[in-house]
Design a protein around this ligand. Structure first.
Ligand code: SF4
Length: 69
């Protein structure tokens, strides 16, 4: 799946990094970044998105065409 982070909304809580440490990290501005192109554990990524306090993480499920590439 694709992961989009709204940097304006991100408050740098680090919750996403806690839930999916292989996928999320914080940059020098304390904003979340994706470090593995969203190839990490889907459930962990969903947990991270659901628990983001500002709903800054948007998940875009891969289409069938994309998933077969
Ligand atoms: S959980 Fe949300 S607000 Fe917190 S660092 Fe991650 S994206 Fe930013």
């Amino acid at each position: 799946m694709r992961i989009q982070i709204d940097r304006e909304r991100c408050m740098g809580s680090g919750s996403c990094q806690f839930h999916a440490p292989d996928t999320f990290d914080l940059d020098a501005d304390c904003k979340a970044i994706v470090v593995d192109d969203g190839t990490g554990d889907d459930q962990a990524i969903r947990n991270a998105a659901e628990n983001c306090p500002t709903h800054a993480i948007v998940l875009v499920e891969a289409t069938e065409t994309e998933s077969t590439n």
